[in-house]
Design a binder for this molecule. Structure first.
Ligand SMILES: NC(=O)c1ccc[n+]([C@@H]2O[C@H](COP(=O)([O-])OP(=O)(O)OC[C@H]3O[C@@H](n4cnc5c(N)ncnc54)[C@H](O)[C@@H]3O)[C@@H](O)[C@H]2O)c1
Length: 438
């Protein structure tokens, strides 16, 4: 390894012999699983979060992240390998600091960098020689060198010599049983070659495969390419669904048949709209940034528009289906099955179910919901409590499947419901004249 300074050599040694004290700022869906992997690899890990309630919950050994079993967390807490705090001064004693704080959009669809800025300001206060800082939050290309680096260098320490700075995109897919933090290849790019080398060495201790790239900007852009690819392909297939609807063609059958092509095609599926903290948001970080260079990200804007229309399309289709049963939408009871933004997870951030429910309520519909992962659902002005899906199927004028969790007794739903609108093709194997598909 060609690291030159004494700080780099000392840090390299600590990483290799796993005595480096690891810090993770932001203990959510990304930060907590990462913390667990480094604890498992033998490091002493300190998690830092501004939410006191999360900190105390974690120190009691109780997990609030579905992908981190409470038993695993408890093992590392009681074994002294993991602790949480809201006191940033612990950074003084840490060797590595990963930042995994939220990067939402403002209402204007501009990046909200306030969480990154605040976490970096705290890090800068306690920065010192021999520390490795890695930003993991998804963000626009240029964030690490234009925004984070000046904040850290304001401390008087020099990057690549005293401290080391990288960007490494987080690719975790909550609820995915096959790919989790440890076996998803980790891309990392540093400000200087020494930063990249130390970043790669660090991740290699706990994760199966590390992919070093030449700069922080490349690493930032990798994540945006991945998520923009998904968003645009989902937009394309949603537009296909709108076309097929007009032409009376079953879009699901079309996709399944197209997917038999062994090369050059990858299936994406239509649905009630995009959800989650990533796909509906991240591409707008890119389009915001490229506008500054005079480039309009037209694919992103178009896909964003089409995906944004899907909840409206779903509600229109429910209205049509009810009309066919001589029932107006206004005054009807619609039961929404599944409100998480995707199958088998408990996350409702940006979930299209929220839009579908609000649109239905705005049209005078009584809405109930069920979701095995979401016991209560906070909407703009009120809160709903999850109901029993089978009981509700028998009572509602229409059941709408927004999220296709497994473990739901779909056969019983089909048996009891009067009418079902299936936005996910969850009832593919339950043919019935009661079912209307997206
Ligand atoms: N959730 C995913 O599936 C996923 C996947 C890939 C990338 N990402 C990206 O990773 C980043 C984190 O996402 P997440 O889903 O883990 O978010 P999250 O909301 O689950 O967790 C973020 C945590 O950061 C804490 N926090 C906020 N500001 C803080 C600060 N200044 N200092 C310390 N803690 C602070 C919050 O209290 C919260 O616990 C985002 O940029 C997101 O886009 C998320």
């Amino acid at each position: 390894m060609q690291t030159t300074t004494a700080s780099a050599t000392a840090l390299e040694e600590k990483i290799k012999n796993r005595t480096a004290r690891v810090g993770i700022i932001g203990l959510g869906y990304v930060g907590l699983p990462l913390a667990m992997e480094f604890a498992k690899a033998g490091f002493s890990v300190t998690g830092i979060d501004i939410q006191e309630s999360k900190v105390s919950q974690l120190n009691r050994g109780e997990s609030y992240v579905q992908d981190v079993p409470t038993d695993t967390l408890r093992k590392w807490v009681s074994g002294g390998k993991f602790r949480a705090t809201s006191d940033f001064s612990v950074i003084l004693d840490l060797d590595t600091i990963n930042i995994a704080v939220p990067t939402p959009l403002r209402k204007t669809k501009d990046p909200d960098m306030s969480y990154i800025v605040s976490a970096c300001q705290e890090t800068a206060k306690y920065l010192g020689p021999g520390k490795l800082v890695i930003l993991e939050s998804t963000t626009y290309p240029g964030t690490t060198d234009e925004l984070v680096l000046p904040m850290l260098e304001a401390s008087g320490w020099k990057v690549g010599e005293d401290f080391f700075l990288c960007f490494s995109p987080e690719r975790v897919d909550p609820g995915n049983p096959q790919y989790q933090t440890a076996n998803i290849p980790k891309v990392v790019g540093g400000i200087t070659p020494a930063c990249t080398q130390l970043g790669a060495l660090f991740y290699a201790q706990a994760l199966e495969k590390v992919v070093p790239v030449s700069s922080t900007r490349v690493a930032e852009m990798v994540k945006l390419l991945e998520n923009t690819f998904r968003m645009i392909n989902i937009g394309l297939v949603n537009e296909m669904a709108l076309m097929c609807d007009r032409m009376g063609i079953n879009v699901w059958e079309v996709i399944d048949a197209a997917a038999t092509k062994p090369f050059g095609f990858m299936p994406f599926y239509p649905g009630p709209g995009l959800g989650g903290h990533c796909i509906p948001i991240d591409p707008f970080y890119l389009s915001w940034k490229t506008k500054q260079s005079g480039i309009e990200a037209r694919f992103i804007e178009l896909a964003g528009y089409i995906n944004g229309q899907m909840p409206h399309f779903v509600v229109d289709k429910i209205q049509d289906a009810l009309n066919d049963h001589s029932k107006p939408l206004k005054g009807s009871h619609v039961h929404v099955l599944g409100v998480a933004y995707k199958r088998n997870i408990d996350d409702v951030r940006e979930s299209p179910a929220l839009d579908v429910i609000l649109l239905l309520e705005r049209r005078g519909t009584r809405v109930t919901y069920s979701d095995p992962f979401v016991p209560t659902l906070r909407l703009d002005h009120h809160e709903l409590t999850a109901q029993d899906p089978i009981a509700m199927a028998g009572q509602a004028d229409c059941v709408v499947i927004v999220t296709d969790h497994s473990g739901v007794d779909y056969a019983a739903i089909v048996e009891r419901a009067k009418l079902i609108f299936d936005a996910r093709n969850a009832l593919k194997n339950h043919p019935s004249p009661k079912i209307v598909r997206l």
